[in-house]
Design a protein around this ligand. Sequence first.
Ligand SMILES: [Fe+2]
Ligand SMILES: [Fe+2]
Length: 187
Amino acid sequence: MAKGEFIADMQQIKARAREHMEQGAVTSTYNGNSQAAVKVLNEALATELVCVLRYKRHHYMAKGMNSEPVAEEFLLHSREEMEHAETIAKRIVQLGGSPDFNPSTLTGRSHADYVECDTLEEMVKENLVAERIAIDTYREMVKYFGNEDPTSRRMIEGILEVEEEHAEDMSTLLGNFDGKSCNGSKN
Ligand SMILES: [Fe+2]
Ligand SMILES: [Fe+2]
C-alpha cells in the first residue's frame, strides 16, 4: 500500500472512530451482532457467578478427614471463577451492553447448577459436572464468535483453558472417592 493511501485510510478510520465514539469499542468494522454477543456473554457471566457461589459454599462446608486441601482447592476455584466473571462483565460493557448481576434471576440464567451437597464427595462430583457443562458451552461460544469477534473468542478460549484445568482437578480429587452425586444435578 502506498503511503498516501495508508494516510487516507487512517483519516477515514479516525473519522469513523470519532463518529461512533459514543459506541465505545464497538466500531463499524465489528463483524459480530453485538446485541446477540452481549446476550451470550451475560449467560456466561451468570454461569461464572453461580460457580463462584457454589465453590464458596463448598469451601466453607467441607468437613471430614483430609478435607482441608479440598476446601482450599474450592476456594482457589471460586476466586478464578470470579476473575472470569469480571473479565466477561468488562467485555459486555465494551460491546455496549450491561452486565446482568441480578441475584434473583441468576440461577435461571446460568448454564450450571447451584447444588449445595452434604458430603465432600458429592461436592467434588457436582463441581466436576458444572465444569463439564461450562467446558461444553464455552466450546460452543468459541465457535459462535469465530472470526466475527476475535476479542470475545480469545477471552472465552482463555477461560475455557482454566475450566479444563478445574475439571481435571475435580476429576483427580474424585478418584479418592467411589462416586455418588447430589440430587438435583443437571447430570
Ligand atoms: Fe470460570
Ligand atoms: Fe471452573
